[in-house]
Ligand binder design. Sequence first.
Ligand code: HEC
Ligand code: HEC
Length: 223
Amino acid sequence: MKSITTMALGAAFLIAAVSQGQADPAEGKAVFEAGGCGDCHYTEGPAREQTIEDQLSKKGPELWYAGSKFQEAWLAAWLVDPKPIRPLKYNSLKEDNPGDHPKLADADAAPVTEFLMSLTSDEVESGAVKPKKNPKGRQIFTKKMPCNGCHEYTGRKKKILGGRSGPSLVEAGVRLNPDWILAYLQKPTVFKPVKMMPVFVGLLSDKDMMNVARYVASFEPKE
Ligand code: HEC
Ligand code: HEC
């Protein structure tokens, strides 16, 4: 009898969630914990890494600001069908990304997405960056600070160009929140106190950081 009641309650809950058109972050947190996601990702800020050893001991990227970093639609789709983001294996400069990230079932991806999107940082100003291809941003990206020495992006004729040591920025406009890209460049100590990427504070003016953030945020799917 008890199980029938539980099932009925579960069904009522599902119907309520569906009719509201959204999943429950608390349910997503439970799925995240039960699914072992927390073995490789931490979800509470601030950044914990203080030394290179801290960074190297991590098994996956921190997710405490996931809701400020990612676009929700991209996240929901990626959790069901994860494709490599970093061309190389996490924390490696030699091995290829094995592409073996755990996959979530459709029913679990929605609540986990809600949970991760609820993890935001006050250090990201919303609505600050309007994606736009701009010559200044392109020049910084490909020549002045060569971001493309470490990051893949889509060049002419949809060719993938660029280096492989950083996360791929192909489709960055679909994956990343434009405002976060700027905040990430401006506030390295908040988002990556220990990192492989150079700090551009002091090298790029605020205006140029904005230009390059707008440029990266305009990267579209390769089709
Ligand atoms: C064995 C360690 C491991 C486990 C378990 C794991 N992940 Fe990951 N996760 C990684 C690594 C490594 C990456 C980087 C993948 C890439 O760059 O392609 C990653 C990337 C991610 C990203 C993108 C983060 C970014 O900054 O690019 C999200 C979101 C994510 N994982 C969510 C999850 C969820 C949800 C679960 C549980 C179902 C999970 N992960 C389980 C290791 C793990
Ligand atoms: C020397 C290599 C290098 C250069 C040059 C470089 N990056 Fe990075 N970048 C990285 C690495 C490595 C990461 C991953 C985080 C880390 O360890 O720093 C990263 C992370 C990022 C991210 C976050 C991506 C994600 O999914 O987490 C963005 C956005 C980014 N870089 C943009 C830029 C821009 C814009 C420039 C030029 C102004 C640039 N990078 C120059 C190596 C580089």
